[in-house]
Design a protein around this ligand. Structure first.
Ligand SMILES: Nc1ncnc2c1ncn2[C@@H]1O[C@H](COP(=O)(O)OP(=O)(O)OP(=O)(O)O)[C@@H](O)[C@H]1O
Length: 325
């Protein structure tokens, strides 16, 4: 069942359209990873869903949660929805944790509709749930007494303390070392008993996306390039851009060979080339790619890809990046 339904989302910053007509759904309990290189518009997409766009940013399109239109809603509606139905886990835990109050107090204060004592108990239980050892005692500690990984766990505890339907997590583990990163992503996306929250996970790391998400949505220059079940997209990417991302993932066994990378870099939002924004970097580009922007089309079961060459590329798009033998 659809929880979040986004249609033709457009976000403009400083007069430039940065998210350019993005549509996607997130079902109850599902993790959707939004993947792409820096500047693709992932964070602004997440922030548009949360109603937390930077000052001066403009959005249009539809963002429906449980069928209720949020786009254009006044701030008090968003404020009601955030923290109750939608929670945010940012990259930097210190941007949400205040240095001057104990962690448990901060979580307890986020608890809705309970007395102080019950809220405190709920906060301790939330810290326990995210694997903070000796949670009753640690709840009285200040953020600077926590390690980076523990702080991020505390933020997840705070985000989930009111049992939100959707958690929006923007690169929630990027600043942490790989082992802690894996734990945090696992914690955030693990299937829970009953109805766990859906997660909209923003990441530049397709490997992490494939490991922790049910579905992935690959973005390039503000648009959808490919979407579908995580495993299927990773095993058989259809769009050349996704193929390049998959080809440049480190293999399970280290081969000693250099990984192929996509040549060049993404265009700046205000300086998009005509046609498909990826065409100048695409090994499969033909004339039409430099003239017309491709639209997302069906590319298998529950899959979409936006590429003019979709029907003509025989194998997985990773083949485009293989060195000739
Ligand atoms: N507040 C802002 N003012 C001006 N430009 C912005 C602002 N926020 C984002 N942008 C621009 O919008 C584009 C998309 O930004 P966004 O942060 O959504 O990308 P991203 O895919 O999340 O990349 P990253 O992984 O680097 O965060 C970038 O080119 C960025 O420079």
């Amino acid at each position: 069942m659809t929880l979040l339904r986004v249609r033709d989302l457009r976000v403009g910053v400083a007069g430039t359209e940065v998210v350019r007509g993005l549509s996607f759904d997130v079902a109850h309990g599902e993790t959707l990873a939004v993947v792409g290189e820096s500047g693709a518009g992932k964070s602004l997409t997440a922030r548009a869903v949360l109603g937390l766009l930077p000052p001066g940013a403009r959005m249009s399109g539809s963002v429906r949660l449980d069928g209720r239109e949020l786009s254009g809603a006044p701030e008090h509606v968003y404020r009601q929805v955030r923290g109750r139905r939608i929670a945010f886990v940012p990259q930097d835990a210190l941007s949400v944790l205040s240095p001057v109050y104990p962690v448990g107090d901060q979580i307890a204060r986020a608890v809705r509709r309970l007395g102080r004592r019950q809220a405190w108990e709920r906060a301790v239980a939330a810290l326990e749930r995210v694997g903070i050892p000796d949670a009753a005692r640690r709840a009285r500690a200040y953020p600077h007494e926590f390690s980076g990984g523990m702080r991020q766990r505390a933020v997840i505890a705070m985000a989930t303390v009111n049992d939100p339907a959707l958690v929006v997590a923007d690169e929630p583990a990027t600043a942490l070392d790989p082992v802690v990163q894996a734990r945090i992503l696992g914690l955030l996306t693990e299937p829970r008993e009953g109805t766990g929250p859906a997660v909209l996970l923003v990441t530049h790391d397709l490997g992490a996306a494939a490991a922790y998400a049910d579905r992935v949505l690959v973005m390039y220059a503000g648009r959808l390039v490919e979407s579908g079940p995580a495993g299927a997209v990773l095993r058989g990417p259809r769009a050349p851009y996704t193929g390049g991302l998959v080809a440049s993932l480190p293999p399970r066994e280290v081969t000693g060979r250099p990984l192929p990378a996509i040549a060049g870099s993404p265009p700046a939002p205000g300086a998009l080339p005509p046609g498909c924004a990826f065409a100048p970097r695409c090994p499969a580009a033909v004339d039409v790619c430099h003239e017309l922007e491709p639209r997302p089309q069906e590319a298998g079961e529950r899959r979409l890809a936006a590429c003019h060459r979709l029907g003509e590329l025989p194998g997985p798009a990773t083949d485009l990046y293989q060195e000739p033998a």
